[in-house]
Unconditional design. Sequence first.
Lengths: 110, 114
Amino acid sequence: TQLLEQSPQFLSIQEGENLTVYCNSSSVFSSLQWYRQEPGEGPVLLVTVVTGGEVKKLKRLTFQFGDARKDSSLHITAAQPGDTGLYLCADTSGTYKYIFGTGTRLKVLA
Amino acid sequence: ETGVTQSPTHLIKTRGQQVTLRCSSQSGHNTVSWYQQALGQGPQFIFQYYREEENGRGNFPPRFSGLQFPNYSSELNVNALELDDSALYLCASSLQVGLTDTQYFGPGTRLTVL
C-alpha cells in the first residue's frame, strides 16, 4: 500500500517569510496533486504535476516534482495570512482511487 | 455553475445508530467519490460511484455503503456507528473522461459519534 508522508506536520511563520513543505511517497507517483484545505471547507486543487523534474508556478507558490517521481516540494514566497491552511499532496494512483498524504498545517501570522 | 454541496453540515449520533449523508455533485459531473477525514489527517478514500455503479472501494467495512442516483447525486450510509467513525466526510465530484480527472470537493459533513 502506497504511503505519502508530508513534512513538517505543523508550521507557524510570520507574514513575509518563505517556506517549503515536502511530500514523499513510498512508491512512484502516477501523477501528483497538491491541495489546500481551509477550516470548514473541502480541499481545493492547486496543481497537478505528471513529469519527473517538472516545476510549476502559481503566483507565489512553486511546485517541484522529483526526477524519480517519488517526492515533491511546495515553496511559498513571502507568505501571507491568506496562505493559512492544510496543504495536502495526493497521488491519483492511475485509477479511481486518490491517496492523500498526512498534510502540513500552515499558519501565517500577521 | 453550482459547486458540490453536502448535507447536513454537522451531525451528532450515538454508537450503534445509522446515518445517511448526502452529496449533490457539480453540474455535468457523473462521478462521485467519498472520503473520510479524521482530525489531523488527510482524507481516506471510501468508494467511488460512476453512473450509478460502485467503481472502486477503499479499505472500509461493508457497513459503509453508498448510492448514486440518476441525477448523479449520492448518499453515504453508515450502519452500526462506532466512536472511530467520528470524522469529516467529504464528497468530491468529477467528470470521468479517462482514468483520472480533477475532483471538486464539497465542504464536508462533520459527524460526531458519542
